[in-house]
Design a protein around this ligand. Sequence first.
Ligand code: FES
Length: 307
Amino acid sequence: MTPTRWNSERLEQIQRGILETAHRPLEQATALPAGAYTDLDFYRWEVEQVLKKQWLCVGHTSQIPAVGDYLNVDLLGEGLVITRDGEHVVNVLSRVCLHRAMDLMPEAYGHSRQGNRRNFVCPYHHWSYDLNGSLIGAPEMDKHTEFDKQGFCLPRFRSEVWEGFIFLTFDPDLDPVQTYYSGLLPFLEHRQMADMEMVVNLKWDCPFNWKILVENFMKPYHHLGTHHKTFEPIMPAWSAWTEAETAHYIVCHLPFGKRIADNPEERQKLMEFSLSPLLKPQDFQEYAVYLGEPSFLLFIGPDRVYW
Ligand code: FES
């Protein structure tokens, strides 16, 4: 049912357009209707009905390897802190103080988005919380006759760790991550991604709809233009191919072009910097991109993973 706060007529028009696009044969494919990328009501509907009802990847465990490590993430209007607590458990907690709703770690107060803490102290009135969100200190509140610290804990979001990646969902009834992405395991298992370490974290401001990034990531057509001197010689657009689409994920293969395939020196370089001793010979013949719907994007080759 469509909540009344959305313009249901326009929403239905965009949804109809999307269905019509999806039903077109590949040879007659078109882009989605413009409103799917630009309409604010449609975006709000998408957030509630699509994004919040699926698993969203928010980090990799190597970003918080030690007890006390934390990572701040802002997602769909929620300020989150991902922590590694004393039991080595990964928690995804709200970063909003339970007293007067202050952000526990505002960047304007000099807090970094990633680091290591024994606890979190709200900058407003110094209430403090431990690594799993329990309130451990509230100055002067002992004078309140009915105040009980035990009753306060930062809201916890449902999360799971799968293949080393940390996923969150806003839907309490969603099946486990494995249910949706198990078909990706034959491509991922021997890469040992849970044991990998994230070595660089790049950040871009992307003032466009999230689907633009997903579509761009999954289609090598733009190698011909944007990357004609870089990616195109290594993984030419013409040789890319996509496996039959499934309900929850897509796999697109990017076989190596001549620059690598016919160049023993280049191939040797790849072998020397192999991601894992478990790689198979076919892993040295291509890069590949993967989409776990809606937005879990991976680029994997013999020597690297981009996520
Ligand atoms: S708002 Fe956080 S302690 Fe008051």
